[in-house]
Design a protein around this ligand. Structure first.
Ligand code: HEM
Length: 370
């Protein structure tokens, strides 16, 4: 039997291949300035992080696609999602390295990039697709051209990047859709979705909760009013609280176009999990929901940070990829939200002591009664 060659760091990490990939369009890296090699390297570092993010997100998505989702897997899913958030936080920091490029440093080689851009990062698109960004929420640019047009080869044929994005689109339900399905099946007050009285249990929970919410909202309104100066302010505060109560009611009455009864149940389940998160069986589901909000928050911060870095380096000029530049990037930070319902729940949560009692809290204990 032949002896196995001892492992070396350089073989395992592929050091020679890795450090020979920073020459961009030049024959040799020697032809490039330090600034340009930095620019290329930072993009590569990001793309490697994106690769890991994509792996973790796919794992989490596949777990939540199962029916049922095993309770004992939830802590692992939270760790995956937290890893994604940590990586994104590091990516956000990396923009500081790019900012060591002055505007003139960057302009020295920027023209050769046209029409290439991070806009063509297929991994960012795959991340968005796996997470569940809705196609209709995407910001079109340059007429009707979206990211798919930007992923064509210059001669109009589909690039490898485009094929990979298409494959990801064909992978089916996104993480958001899988989470929705999981929430949809969550038993409300101990009544499972396929029990005959599941609708009654849902209505009862919402009625009790909204009653408690109204009382909490009225108490906050009184405090706010006690600090007012003059009738105009009273009117403004009254209007604000009335609008908030109306939007909470509307949140639980989505029309058919917004998902109707199914969406109502998903929203109620997310609220239920948050409200009774001290119960053992709801503790990990609540951590899952919180880690999704944390991840999305970090994504927004990442987008905003990229926009501020870009503004510092190129100002408000058009991007090499053909968008309006920083104005486009700011729009993505504002508009690209995936887990909207989980954010919305934050507006209606109430103090722990104010939460209405449950009929069957024992259902969510570690040991279910026979
Ligand atoms: C000097 C440095 C940079 C500048 C001035 C800059 C500027 C821009 C601009 C203006 C866009 C909008 C698309 C366009 O019209 O080109 C864009 C998109 C993008 N950039 Fe950068 N960028 C820089 C560095 C980076 C780095 C280091 C990354 C890391 C991967 C990155 C990733 C992206 C991504 C993923 C998009 C697409 C965003 C989306 O469509 O949501 N950029 N960049």
């Amino acid at each position: 039997m032949s002896e196995k060659k001892p492992t070396t760091y350089w073989d395992y990490i592929h050091i020679e291949e890795l450090t020979s990939l920073q020459s961009g369009l030049a024959e040799s890296e020697e032809e490039l300035s330090n600034d340009e090699v930095l620019f290329i390297t930072v993009h590569q570092v990001f793309e490697l992080w994106f690769k890991l993010i994509l792996r973790e997100l796919r794992t989490a998505r596949d777990l939540f696609r199962k029916d049922p989702v095993a309770e004992q897997e939830l802590s692992g899913a939270v760790r995956s999602l937290e890893r994604v958030t940590t990586i994104l936080r590091r990516c956000t920091d990396h923009f500081e390295v790019v900012e060591t490029l002055t505007t003139r440093d960057y302009l020295a080689f920027r023209d050769k990039l046209f029409p290439a851009s991070g806009f063509q990062s297929r991994q960012l698109r795959q991340i968005e697709i796996v997470m569940g960004l809705e196609e209709e929420d995407r910001i079109p640019f340059g007429g009707e051209k979206g990211f798919a047009a930007a992923l064509k080869e210059p001669d109009g044929t589909p690039s490898v990047s485009m094929q990979k994005v298409r494959e990801t689109q064909a992978e089916g339900a996104s993480l958001r859709e899988a989470i929705d399905e999981w929430l949809y099946r969550t038993p409300i007050d101990g009544v499972a979705l396929d029990d005959a009285d599941s609708e009654t249990a849902l209505d009862r929970f919402l009625m009790k909760f909204l009653g408690a919410y109204d009382a909490e909202s009225a108490a906050s309104r009184s405090i706010a009013l006690s600090n007012t100066k003059g009738p105009e302010e009273v009117e403004r505060i009254d209007e604000m609280y009335a609008d908030e109560r109306a939007s909470v009611r509307a949140f639980f009455s989505p029309n058919e176009a917004k998902g109707g009864a199914r969406r109502r149940r998903i929203r109620a389940a997310a609220l239920f999990v948050e409200t009774y998160r001290e119960l053992p069986l709801l503790a990990w589901p609540r951590e899952v929901l919180d880690s999704l909000v944390e991840l999305e928050q970090q994504f927004v911060v990442f987008r905003q940070r990229h926009a501020r870095m870009a503004e510092r380096v190129i100002g408000r000029r058009a991007g090499t990829g053909g968008t309006a530049g920083v104005a486009y990037l700011d729009k993505t930070a504002l508009k690209y939200r995936i887990f909207r319902d989980l954010w919305a729940i934050r507006t209606l949560q109430i103090r722990r002591e104010a939460a209405p009692g449950l009929d069957k809290p024992e259902y969510y204990g570690f040991l279910r009664p026979e």
